[in-house]
Design a protein around this ligand. Structure first.
Ligand SMILES: Nc1ncnc2c1ncn2[C@@H]1O[C@H](COP(=O)(O)OP(=O)(O)O)[C@@H](O)[C@H]1O
Ligand SMILES: [Mg+2]
Length: 499
């Protein structure tokens, strides 16, 4: 009992239904990225603003110091009581205030002068880069004593204040903490909004498509698994509609394939039984040939031959349905040896036909020593199919015609390709056969033909990466087979050369 093979089911691979918990899904990644980008933006804003905060703070101090300087300057020297000076300086937050007017630099007030000044800051010549780096230096290192020099309004040349850095640092830290808090709030709100938007616009439909793909993969023949596209008009909607169309096509194609496979199975069953019936008929007709009646003698051989052909027909159809051609075992072989074998095979087959076939001459035009990189058995079958067709075409010619009956085989190399052409002087391929020449069961224009010969030849040639075609514009029919050499695997060739 033979069966045609059902088309192989798509490979079943275990589909992960859910992402493992430690892997971020699309939405998690988006959320993380949003927060990261926002933080980055906040840092870009924070750096200049902290420097600016420090500068403003210092300018404030300078302004207050200026007011204090004016007050102290206005009073005659020594007239301001010690306690008041201290109070004024405390309110400014300064340890000392000095002003330069004209050529003299005057210390206006000082309270227990510090031993040394740690940092000198001149607001008049400060660059942005300096402002930023000094701000961060203060934040990261401990506070000390600083001298700030700024422009003095109203006649003064400059104003100097000696300050403790601690209050400035505390203010800057508070400012930073506020900014950090604000950034966190802003990024949380923005990230949530971005996340929600992306989730509804993008992630959710994506999940729907993914789930549908997985469900479809499980049962690609079921039309109920086809995705129902939403009414969206953006790319996502387009993707859904295209997916639905693709799935519909696939479902109907699979249905058709299944039906064809079932049909093929039925045909092969019929064929199988038919072949057995024909074989019994053959046995009976063989006995008929032994009957001495003259009329029986006339018809019996024809009957036997017809039955033989019918059996061969069934046989070839059956073996085509069953055969999975093995991949070619390629090696270098001599072309003329294969051609000789084909010729011998054909001549053996033509023996025993009682009407002597008209003489067919063979012409070999094969380059001396021509080799081809092919499977010898496959090449034999390719050429045998072509030669058999040629001979059948020649035999179909009118027997009384004195036309030359010739089969001509030429072989040559073109670069890395071996070309073999088989031509005959027959009537040429009829138009009816040309349309589906290399398609199984469709190319035959001959009564009793299966239309398998050229289909099989083409399949075998293709397995060699080669090409077979009918050459146009010749007397009779010419088929051209081109078989390229296998590409040389460089490394293997080198190793072989080394060994
Ligand atoms: N050399 C040829 N000359 C004329 N017709 C040909 C030749 N080779 C093939 N054909 C046509 O192509 C058809 C298909 O050939 P093939 O696939 O071998 O099937 P089959 O021989 O079973 O009919 C043939 O029926 C015939 O009509
Ligand atoms: Mg044939």
């Amino acid at each position: 009992m033979t069966t045609t093979e059902r088309p192989p089911l798509p490979a079943q691979r275990p589909a992960p239904r859910q992402l493992p918990w430690w892997r971020f899904g699309l939405s998690g990644k988006l959320l993380l990225l949003t927060v990261l980008f926002l933080m980055f933006a906040e840092i870009a804003i924070y750096v200049p603003s902290i420097a600016n905060f420090r500068l403003n703070w210092l300018r404030d101090r300078l302004a207050s110091a200026h007011t204090a300087a004016l007050v102290l300057d206005a009073a005659p020297s020594g007239m301001v009581p010690e306690g008041l000076t201290r109070q004024i300086l405390d309110s400014v937050g300064a340890r000392a205030v000095a002003m330069k007017t004209g050529t003299q630099r005057r210390l206006l007030a000082a309270r227990d002068m510090p031993p040394a000044v740690d940092h000198d800051v001149d607001i008049r010549t400060m660059t942005s880069w300096q402002a930023i780096s000094e701000a961060f230096a203060l934040l990261t290192s401990g506070p000390g004593i600083m001298r700030v020099v700024g422009p003095a309004p109203a006649g003064g040349q400059f104003l100097e204040v000696v300050l403790d850095e601690t209050p400035l640092r505390v203010a800057m830290l508070r400012f930073s903490a506020n900014i950090l808090l604000l950034s966190l709030v802003i990024s949380a709100i923005t990230a949530a909004l971005v996340y929600l938007a992306l989730h509804y616009l993008f992630v959710r439909p994506m999940r729907r498509i993914t789930a549908n793909l997985m469900a479809f993969h499980e049962d690609p023949e079921s039309p109920t698994r086809i995705i129902a596209p939403s009414a969206r008009r953006d790319e996502m909607g387009l993707a859904e509609r295209e997916l639905a169309a693709l799935q519909r096509d696939l479902v109907s194609m699979l249905h058709q394939k299944n039906r064809l496979a079932a049909l093929g199975l039925a045909v092969s069953k019929i064929n199988h039984d038919l072949r057995n019936l024909l074989a019994s008929a053959q046995l009976i007709s063989d006995q008929l040939a032994g009957v001495s009646d003259a009329r029986v003698q006339r018809f019996a051989p024809k009957l036997v031959r017809t039955l033989e052909r019918a059996v061969a027909y069934c046989q070839s159809t059956l073996s085509y349905g069953r055969a999975q051609e093995a991949p070619p075992q390629r090696r270098l072989i001599a072309v003329d040896a294969v051609v000789r074998e084909v010729r011998e095979q054909l001549e053996i087959a033509s023996h025993g036909e009682e009407t002597a076939p008209p003489q067919v001459t063979w012409v070999n035009v094969i380059e001396r020593g021509l080799m081809v990189d092919a499977d010898p058995d496959h090449l034999f079958r390719i050429l045998l199919n072509l030669a058999r067709n040629a001979r059948q075409a020649l035999e179909a010619l009118d027997h009384t015609d004195a036309l030359p009956r010739q089969i001509r085989v030429t072989g040559r190399r073109e670069g890395a390709v071996t070309i073999i052409e088989l031509s005959d002087t027959g009537p040429g391929v009829p138009d009816k056969a040309r349309a589906h020449l290399f398609e199984a069961f469709q190319g035959s224009a001959r009564s009793g033909g299966t239309g398998l010969g050229l289909a099989i030849a083409a399949e075998l040639v293709r397995a060699h990466d080669g090409e077979i075609r009918l050459v146009e514009g010749t007397i009779g029919a010419t088929f051209r087979v081109a078989i390229p050499d296998r590409p040389v695997e460089l490394r293997a060739a080198r190793e072989r050369a080394k060994a």
